[in-house]
Design a protein around this ligand. Structure first.
Ligand code: GDP
Ligand code: MG
Length: 164
């Protein structure tokens, strides 16, 4: 069986993408799904949830101690809107997913990226994407777990994905 984040560099590579509460409030869930689908990526995990503080603190563990950390955790977990978590699969999906989202600060994001098209504040940048295969592994484990990720054969796959 393949590892939870797939095998990096192959068509099984997986990443964790989330629409944060501001993105859900803004009505951007469909926009995100559309852009990843149209690129040819395969949706293998999807859930709507209000994450606990503990989950968000673990997810953003590397940012603990930053001045915005407590505000970030509250905004993600206070339940004013849920988060939509997704797992996407396909070739180079970790790096390409970050490109589709755009730079962390929307004011530095390239036009045409999700953050440039819909956001202006780093503290309300609407979306998350894993930044490495290691991060994808821990984030998919944390938000989904093995059993909530679905491997399914896409009929179009031979027309989209090729390992050579
Ligand atoms: P990402 O991987 O592009 O999401 O960026 P980081 O991992 O560096 O930061 C995680 C998240 O923390 C960002 O998406 C923002 O929501 C938030 N964040 C990062 N830097 C800042 C900041 O300077 N101010 C505020 N308010 N939030 C920040
Ligand atoms: Mg990050």
């Amino acid at each position: 069986t393949i590892p939870i984040a797939g095998v990096k560099g192959t068509t099984t590579e997986r990443t964790f993408i989330a629409v944060k509460p501001d993105g859900v409030q803004r009505g951007l869930v469909g926009e995100v799904i559309s852009r990843f689908e149209r690129r040819g990526y395969k949706l293998v995990g999807l859930k709507l949830l209000v994450p606990s503080k503990a989950l968000v603190e673990q997810h953003y563990g590397d940012l603990k101690g930053r001045p915005f950390f407590n505000g970030l955790v509250d905004y993600m977990s206070n339940g004013k809107a849920p988060v939509v978590g997704m797992v996407w699969q396909g070739k180079d999906v970790i790096r390409q997913g970050r490109k589709l989202l755009g730079a962390t600060n929307p004011l530095d994001s390239e036009p045409g990226t999700l953050r440039a098209d819909f956001c202006t504040a780093v503290g309300r940048n609407c979306f998350h994407g894993s930044d490495s295969h290691e991060a994808a592994t821990s984030e998919i484990s944390l938000w989904f777990g093995e059993k909530a990720v679905f491997d399914w054969k896409q009929a179009l796959e031979p027309w989209i994905a090729s390992d050579n």
